[in-house]
Design a protein around this ligand. Structure first.
Ligand SMILES: Nc1ncnc2c1ncn2[C@@H]1O[C@H](COP(=O)(O)OP(=O)(O)O)[C@@H](O)[C@H]1O
Ligand SMILES: [Mg+2]
Length: 237
């Protein structure tokens, strides 16, 4: 049965070749992929299979060598750098492997940073940021600086920051990689909740079969291609 879900991400026959000097390497060999709005998808596959390359292209941090990428109906392959930067800021929440926290800002300020640029650090949004931090076990840390936190705590701040702007798409590369299983579950619950309640599309790379099992669909990559899609049984969280 085909359900009438709106398409959030379309990847159409995308290739990516990296050039280092005279040597070229084809990291993606023709990837086609459709992800629905509000869908929670995990990407798996061995190291070097092209997972990060695919995430960077969907996140508009890099451009395909050929093929096109359409986000919420906009073909981003044809946009200039300024338009891409706007789309990234408004539409996409990134959970990077390096956390990119601002060292002289507090935990709360780091989470609010995407809103502060627009002067939207209102009492409502401050309460929202605090609520999100509490939900992932970060109560009592609001006024700490990143260097007072463990790696796992910094990762959680980065996750809360990626969600504060209500992005329509969240992209993560191993977002639960440094977390103990209890904290990883709290983060997964939060991601599942936003995907359900706010119809946010979540696409994350993981090596963890448990993380994969929580998502609606898992995509397995190999040698720059999608090898298979696996629908996961629905779980009540
Ligand atoms: N900037 C780059 N320049 C050259 N080769 C790269 C670059 N980024 C990735 N690669 C190569 O492309 C392939 C896919 O890399 P990547 O997408 O990072 O895979 P994964 O995230 O699945 O481990 C690897 O062989 C990697 O060495
Ligand atoms: Mg990678």
């Amino acid at each position: 049965m085909v359900s009438a879900r709106i398409e959030a991400i379309a990847v159409n026959d995308v290739t990516k070749t990296y050039f280092t000097g005279k040597i070229s390497y084809k990291a993606l060999s023709g990837v086609t992929l459709s992800i629905a709005k509000g869908e929670f998808v995990t990407v798996l596959g061995p190291s070097g299979s092209g997972k990060t390359t695919l995430m960077n292209l969907i996140g508009t941090l890099d451009r395909p060598t050929s093929g096109s990428i359409v986000l919420d109906g906009t073909d981003v392959s044809s946009l200039n750098d300024n338009s891409l930067a706007l789309i990234r800021n408004r539409k996409i929440g990134f959970i990077f492997q390096s956390y990119n926290l601002v060292p002289y800002l507090t935990v709360l300020e780091n989470v609010l940073l995407p809103l502060m640029v627009d002067g939207k650090d209102t009492p409502e949004n401050i309460a929202k940021a605090k609520g999100m931090l509490v939900e992932i076990g970060m109560e009592g840390t609001f006024n700490k600086k990143p260097n007072e936190l463990s790696g796992g705590q910094q990762q959680r701040v980065a996750i809360a920051r990626s969600l504060i702007n209500d992005p329509s798409i969240i992209l993560g590369d191993e977002p639960t990689g440094n977390l103990d299983s209890k904290t990883a579950d709290a983060v997964l619950n939060l991601l599942t909740k936003v995907s359900k309640e706010k119809d946010t599309t979540v696409l994350i790379v993981t090596h963890d079969p448990h993380v994969a099992s929580v998502s609606e669909r898992s995509i397995y990559m190999k040698d720059g291609l999608i090898e298979r899609h696996v629908k996961n049984p629905r779980k009540e969280t």
